[in-house]
Design a protein around this ligand. Structure first.
Ligand code: PEP
Length: 231
């Protein structure tokens, strides 16, 4: 099981305290995705550390971006790509996401590529079409790579307190896995009190956690639930 904490544009918890707390939990690969300025502190604390995004070029005139080799040289293990906030607020397309994922994997990073439908798309009955398009872009670029993980994050459940039911999550994960056979994390208001039932689903391979990853104890509780779900 994999549990990744996306700190977004927040300072997040003290990396040393978090690393110490996570040491006591076996059976889960815990990952933190802090803002760029905190990557080094998290690596130094011994946390498995991913960036929140990564560019496809090694270097160049791309203000505000960071490259796969820059991350690798600093012992950053991987990166998120295609988070819905990148798609929604910064106009990232399926093609951008696929290019980021492909270069990061080629350079040697691990990748968590995020997919998920908006409320409007779900209401319109377009969930399956949207997921097929998003997953297909990554599949065509990367194939079923052993350092590639997908995260199903229904946009309507991110930061809203709304969570997919375990059955809805399972159905979406099963569809995604039928398109690209890699581990699939669930993301969208995962909290200590709903983590166990979500992670009990057979096609849910872990969680991508936003808000609840900012607190050491709630992130640890979700990691514990993930570990217990497969023990
Ligand atoms: C996320 O940022 O990927 C996320 C799922 O956020 P939250 O857990 O706060 O909904």
């Amino acid at each position: 099981m994999i549990v990744a904490g996306n700190w977004k544009m927040f300072e997040g918890p003290d990396p040393t305290a978090l690393a110490r707390r996570l040491e006591s939990i076996d059976g889960v690969d815990a990952i933190v995705c802090p803002p760029y300025v905190s990557l080094a502190r998290c690596v130094d604390a011994g946390l498995t550390t991913y960036a929140q995004n990564v560019h496809w070029e090694d270097e160049g005139a791309f203000t505000g971006e960071i490259s796969p080799c820059m991350l690798l040289e600093r012992d950053v293990a991987g990166s998120l790509v295609g988070h819905s906030e990148r798609r929604q607020y910064f106009g990232e397309t399926d093609e951008d996401v696929a290019r980021r994922a492909k270069s990061a994997l080629a350079a040697g990073l691990n990748v968590i590529a995020c997919v998920g439908e908006t409320q409007e798309q779900r209401n319109a009955g377009d969930t399956e079409t949207v997921l097929r398009l998003q997953v297909d872009a990554v599949r065509v670029a990367c194939g079923p790579h052993d350092r590639l993980v997908l995260a199903y994050e229904p946009v309507w459940a991110i930061g809203t307190g709304l969570t997919a039911t375990p059955e809805l999550a399972e159905a979406a994960h099963a569809l995604i896995k039928s398109l690209l056979d890699v581990p699939v994390l669930y993301g969208g208001s995962v909290k200590p009190d709903n983590a166990a039932e979500l992670m009990a689903q057979p096609s849910v391979d872990g969680a991508l956690v936003g808000g609840a990853s900012l607190d050491v104890e709630s992130f640890a509780a979700i990691c514990q639930a993930a570990a217990a779900s497969r023990s």
